[in-house]
Ligand binder design. Structure first.
Ligand code: F6R
Length: 241
C-alpha cells in the first residue's frame, strides 16, 4: 500500500483529484468507482473546477457508486443518487446513462444486486475505486463480519453507521436500516483503489488498517492484500501510526 501523507483535507482532495484526472485523461473508456459521505466532497469540487478549466472531459467515462440506501427514491435529498447529482454529476459532462448507482427503490432487491454486478462486468470492472473509511473499518456498506468473498448484496446497517450518518437526516429514526452495497470481492476486483482519510477521529481506524491483522471483523484490512492501493491521508488521520 502506497501511503501519501498530506497536510490537511484540502491537500488530500487536490491530490485525489489529480490522480483521478490523470486516469480519466489516459484511458479511452475510464471506469470510476465512486463513494459518498463527507470525505470525497472536496475531491468532487476539485474535479468540477478542473472540468471548468477544460483540463478534463468525462464524456467517455462510466461511473459506478459503491452503495445506496434501500427505500429512498432517487430524488430524496438523502439518497446517494441525489448526493452524486448535487455534488458532481450535474456540474460535469458525464453522460447520465453512464452514471450508475444501485437502485434501492425496487421490489426485487436481489435482482438489482445481480444486475449491478452484470453492469460492472460488461464495463470490464473499475479502473479506480474511491473509498472512504468507516470508523468501524467498513468500506462501502460492508460492515464488520461481512464475508471477504461477498459480491453486491443487501446489508443491515450497523447502529454505529446509522448514528454516524444521522447527521444528514432529521432524526436517527429516519436513517434507513438497509442498504445495497458492492461486496468486498467486488471492490477488490478494481484495478486500483484510492482510499481517502482525513481527520483525527479516523486515526484509530487508520492504525488498525495498517497494523492490524487481516480480518473480516475489520473489513478495510482486506486492502492490505490488494496490489494497487494508494492511501491519501492527512496528518491527523496518520497521527497514531
Ligand atoms: C459511502 C460509503 C461509506 C463511507 C464511510 C466514510 O459511499 O460507502 O463507506 O465512505 O462511511 O464516510 P465519511 O466520508 O462520511 O466519513
Amino acid at each position: 500500500m502506497e501511503i501519501v501523507k498530506v497536510k490537511n483535507y484540502e491537500e488530500m482532495s487536490e491530490r485525489a483529484c489529480d490522480l483521478i484526472i490523470e486516469i480519466v485523461n489516459k484511458l479511452d473508456n475510464p471506469v470510476l468507482g465512486l463513494a459518498t459521505g463527507s470525505t470525497p466532497e472536496g475531491m468532487y469540487q476539485q474535479m468540477i473546477d478542473s472540468y471548468k478549466r477544460n483540463e478534463v472531459s468525462f464524456t467517455k467515462t462510466t461511473t459506478f457508486n459503491l452503495d445506496e440506501y434501500v427505500g429512498l427514491v432517487g430524488n430524496d435529498p438523502n439518497s446517494y443518487r441525489f448526493y452524486m447529482n448535487d455534488k458532481l454529476f450535474k456540474h460535469i459532462d458525464l453522460l447520465a446513462d453512464r452514471a450508475y448507482l444501485p437502485n434501492g427503490d425496487t421490489d426485487d432487491l436481489q435482482k438489482e444486486c445481480r444486475d449491478y454486478e452484470t453492469l460492472m462486468y460488461k464495463a470490464e470492472y473499475i479502473d479506480v475505486q474511491v473509498l472512504g473509511l468507516g470508523l468501524n473499518g467498513h468500506i462501502g456498506f460492508n460492515e464488520p463480519g461481512t464475508a471477504f468473498d461477498s459480491r453486491t448484496h443487501i446489508v443491515d446497517l450497523d447502529e454505529t453507521t446509522r448514528k454516524a450518518n444521522a447527521r444528514f437526516f432529521d432524526s436517527l429514526d429516519d436513517v434507513p436500516k438497509k442498504a445495497i452495497t458492492m461486496g468486498i470481492e467486488t471492490i477488490m476486483e478494481s484495478k486500483k483503489i484510492l482510499l481517502l482519510v482525513a481527520g483525527e477521529k479516523k486515526a484509530e481506524a487508520v492504525y488498525r488498517l495498517i497494523n492490524g491483522e487481516t480480518s473480516e471483523e475489520f473489513p478495510a484490512s482486506i486492502l492490505q492484500k490488494h496490489e494497487n492501493v494508494t492511501l491519501i491521508a492527512d496528518e491527523e488521520a496518520l497521527s497514531k501510526l
